[in-house]
Design a protein around this ligand. Structure first.
Ligand code: CUK
Ligand code: CUA
Ligand code: CA
Length: 643
């Protein structure tokens, strides 16, 4: 029994019990407001409880009462907000936004020197990009499950991969991938493809969706035949690009096998079309499988080339160059029309991709892909062991711990539950077998769907979250753009049950549901991790070097270490601020009027900003984050003398 269930059924929690009575009474008597007292008095508590079980009582089972903690974290990508988000589940509580590719004045992301260095700057010191589009977020693995170390998230607009360290829940590295556009799917490997001793993530794979001239330098603008897509491997620790693989067709989503040997991507534009009508002209597209060990051996042997200015080695994974299975780097498995999504079952046996324009899901057996690479399976299409009809517009699939798959149906606005073994038996010829077990309406048009721990070998079959693209009438209207709905579904029984709707700011895409014991965050920074830390209050000073001035400042509630500091008009000013408070959550802010400076320093953290003091006058630097009874009094002054 989980903590949540235990807590919500605990009769000793008076607050909870009275609330349940309230719900039960209201449901039974139909009374509301003033009449409720009469209804309550007339009620047998046992009767109330039974009634409650029928009327919306299901979701009460998953209620997280005030003061109690959720069982899971949901890490979600925020779409073209450019950020990542953290929710609690099953409550749906919003916990945190992690700025990544965007600017966030709350924490000073994109404003402090430290964050600008991660995001990347132009020669003039301004940010290289201020936009990003995050679609997919995945965690690092050890032994087939999350190890709580890193999250990776993509930027589709500029083709960047970002890493978030999970101890502080902060982005620490961003890498721009060369010669690609529309970087869409990503997935970390789950162990080393060669060395069995390395059982954790060492690489992150990135699929390029849009084909472009290679290099994209102004040549071949009118000749799509000469354009191409690259699959990119990034080192998980250094975040440097290790290699790329040139493909026939494009890539959408990415998945990896549990043994580290394979990465897969679905391809919807095998036609190489430049307009949608061409992109949907073929009856079959493909799921492509990358043989990681062979690709890396080819690079070691120098069988690679480079593109344009990039020094990254590229191998040839095109169809023409990979006809002989025994030496092939990639295997193209044909699947019906414009497939979407590719997900691996928790036992590692099957990759499931959805039809999108075909009402089917395709199940490809990992073992048979290896057989093709070994030259023992003639036709790669024979690696497909099931293709059940599941409904209209299938997109993404999550898995439970009982061999069932849950696929989002965009056009039907449903989640369909189907059994993989039954689908395989049906495909083998037993037409009496019906693999579809259940359907549930969702509201509306689901995109991604994912289960609790479903992308690990510890899939637990408890929850499925449906990330819906349209909410229509589910929430109060807030102007032209509606909030999005995330719907939590109980998948622990035979029938799926809707637990609740929660809102998400536009525009969430994918997410993962991670058991809370796998996430271990730190609340206090280590001052030694910041080379520029102002370690002692006594070190506070103004240091001048020509027209460059550095202000060494520290904070401890409710004061800064200097009541004021003087600079001259035209100076390039760098303010370094170290927070000496050690108490959890004792964060201070720092804002300077008219200079557009606003950031925070968490306990024992150091942050810095650099700007030109171009306006003479007195500027109150004040603490923006409520920290103390004397928070308003926590100030310093920047005095800018005329030149
Ligand atoms: S994918 Cu990115 S557009 Cu994650 Cu189904 Cu939707
Ligand atoms: Cu320090 Cu508010
Ligand atoms: Ca197509």
């Amino acid at each position: 029994m989980s903590d949540t269930e235990h807590q919500s059924q605990n009769p000793e929690n008076p607050e909870n019990t009275s609330r349940r009575k309230f719900l039960g009474a209201a449901a039974l008597t139909g009374l509301a407001g003033a009449g409720l007292a009469t209804g309550l008095a007339a009620l047998d508590p046992v009767e109330a409880k039974e009634e409650e079980a029928e009327e919306g009582g299901e979701s009460c089972k998953f209620e997280v009462p005030p003061g109690q903690l959720d069982d899971y974290y949901i890490f979600s990508s925020g779409g073209h907000s450019g950020e990542a988000r953290i929710y609690g589940s099953p409550s749906g509580r919003t916990l945190k936004r992690i700025p990544v590719f965007n600017i966030d004045p709350m924490v000073g992301w994109g404003i402090t020197n430290e964050s600008k260095k991660v995001i990347g700057t132009k020669p003039d010191g301004s940010l290289k990009y201020i936009t990003g589009d995050t679609h997919h977020i995945h965690g690092s693995y050890t032994d087939g499950t999350y190890d709580g170390k890193y999250l990776w998230i993509n930027d589709k607009i500029h083709g960047r991969l970002a890493r978030i360290r999970m101890d502080y829940m902060e982005c620490d590295k961003i890498t721009e991938l060369p010669n690609i556009q529309g970087f869409h799917g990503l997935f970390p490997d789950k162990r080393d493809p060669v060395d069995p001793k390395i059982n954790h993530t060492t690489r992150v794979f990135c699929g390029g969706e849009f084909h472009v001239p290679l290099p994209n330098d102004g040549r071949d603008l009118d000749d799509p035949k000469k354009w191409g897509c690259l699959f990119t491997c990034v080192d998980a620790e250094s975040m440097e690009v290790r290699w790329q693989c040139k493909l026939s067709g494009n890539m959408d989503l990415v998945a990896t096998s549990y043994d580290g040997k394979l990465a897969a991507a679905n391809q919807y534009n095998t036609e190489g079309g430049a307009v949608y009508t061409d992109m949907m002209s073929a009856e079959h597209d493909a799921v492509v499988f990358f043989h990681i060990e062979r690709i890396e051996a080819a690079i070691k042997a120098g069988k690679s080339f480079t593109i344009g200015d990039s020094k990254v080695p590229v191998v040839d994974g095109t169809k023409e160059a990979n006809q002989d299975p025994k030496t092939a780097l990639v295997c193209y498995v044909p699947v019906p029309k414009n497939p979407h999504g590719v997900n691996i079952t928790p036992d590692g046996k099957y990759f499931v991709s959805s039809g999108k324009l075909s009402p089917t899901a395709s199940v490809t057996a990992t073992e048979l892909v290896y057989k093709w690479f070994a030259g023992e399976l003639k036709n790669p299409r024979d690696a497909v062991v099931a293709e059940p009809e599941i409904g209209l517009g299938p997109l993404h699939t999550g898995f439970d711990d009982k061999g069932n798959a849950y696929t989002t149906l965009f056009l039907d606005s449903q989640i369909v539950k189907w059994n993989i073994d039954k689908a395989i038996a049906q495909f083998k010829g037993d037409k009496k077998i019906q693999p579809v077990l259940d359907r549930i309406d969702v509201h509306y048009q689901p995109g991604h769907g994912y289960t609790s721990m479903g992308e690990t070998k510890e899939a637990d079959g408890k929850f499925f979250n449906s990330g819906n693209k349209f909410s229509k009438d589910r929430f109060l209207p807030v102007g032209p753009l509606h909030v999005e709905t995330e719907q939590l579904i109980d998948i622990s029984g035979d029938k799926m049950k809707l637990i609740h709707d929660h809102t998400a700011y536009p525009e969430p895409h994918d997410a993962i549901i991670v058991r809370r014991d796998l996430v271990k965050t730190r609340q206090i920074y280590n001052m030694d991790d910041f080379p520029n830390a102002v370690k002692n209050f006594a070190d506070s000073r103004v240091e001048r070097n020509g027209n460059k001035v550095t202000i060494y400042l520290a904070s401890i509630a409710p004061m800064y270490s200097m009541t004021d500091f003087k600079v001259k008009k035209g100076d390039e000013v760098t303010i370094i601020l170290t927070n000496h408070d050690k108490v959890e959550d004792l964060t201070h802010g720092f804002a300077i009027p008219k200079y557009d400076i606003c950031f925070i320093v968490n306990p024992q953290q150091t942050a810095s900003v650099t700007f030109i003091a171009d306006k003479p006058g007195l500027y109150w630097c004040y603490c923006t984050h409520f920290c103390h009874a004397l928070h308003l009094e926590m100030r310093s002054r920047m005095l800018v003398e005329p030149a």
